[in-house]
Design a protein around this ligand. Sequence first.
Ligand code: PLP
Length: 347
Amino acid sequence: MNATLRELLATESSVLLHGYTSAQGDAETRKTVADNIRERFGVNISPDLIYMTCGAAASLSISLKAIIEEGKRDEFIVFAPFFTEYRVFIENAGGKVVISEPEEKTFQINLSDLEAKINEKTKAIILNSPNNPSGVVYTEETIKGVADILDRKSKEYGAPIYLIADEPYRELVYGDVFVPYLMNYYRDTVVCYSFSKSLSLPGERIGYIAVSPNMQDARGVYLSVCGAGRSLGYVCAPSLMQQLVKKCINAKVNIKAYKKNRDLLYGSLTSYGYECVKPDGAFYLFVKSPSGDAYEFYERAKAHEILVVPCDDFGVKGYVRIAYCTDYERVVGALPAFSALAKEYGL
Ligand code: PLP
């Protein structure tokens, strides 16, 4: 990728690299993204349904603002455990956060809980798979169940309930785990994508929104996305990065390095007696506090120079998140401390 960047800087005009693109993004970049979605997932999407953004955070903020009906206090369902920023994005757009509880132990979506949480105010659900913080990938069966509920409830209330697919970790999966492409399962889907994790360049701020062509009012929703992007000031995503996306759309992350860390950390922690969900994707391990108290675990881990994130605010109490997007040597080096801490707890 560095070579591609050097080549770009040497050969392209400075206006193309550093000037404004059109508000929704460079036309050729949007075509590259649309072609990529068609080739990989079989969805026949036009570049005119793609909006380039400064990463998934912008994709989500824009999408929420695009679909919310102002002043109505629309509800948005998130699935625990969830990325805490959803609360900020939803409330900033004027919406209300509704939390759906997960299935115990597997952390898959609890379909009956989802159905019970939907009402006439539900505007959308946000689905994040592979999941931050659990690393869980929702199964195809789960996704079909979600789509079925949304279909029925949209009909019952006479308005679409949107499915916002937050997908920064799509490419980070281990083994042959299948990550369903949500546009293929549910009509009213908006995909919020980011290259932050798939190209491992979160500081460069580049991603996109893709509005499903199967949506009844795809063009109307896309125009709302453009309007929301404009009013939030999220226009003309970084030009240099848009040019890079054109060249690197099929670049693959070194998944082996993450898998090596995952295998070592998960295998070791469970052998010490910790209870954790085996992550099929992303680069997080979701670990249950041996005392049941996430903050107490965080403090005791800190005394061993281990930094974990207490996850009560992610919607599930008593768990912490460990990020293993780091050097293998650092994971190896942390194991004696995890082992000592396990002994302290009498595991
Ligand atoms: N969504 C989830 C689930 C995330 O974990 C993150 C970042 O960690 C984001 C969105 C934001 O991604 P970006 O850095 O592309 O804005």
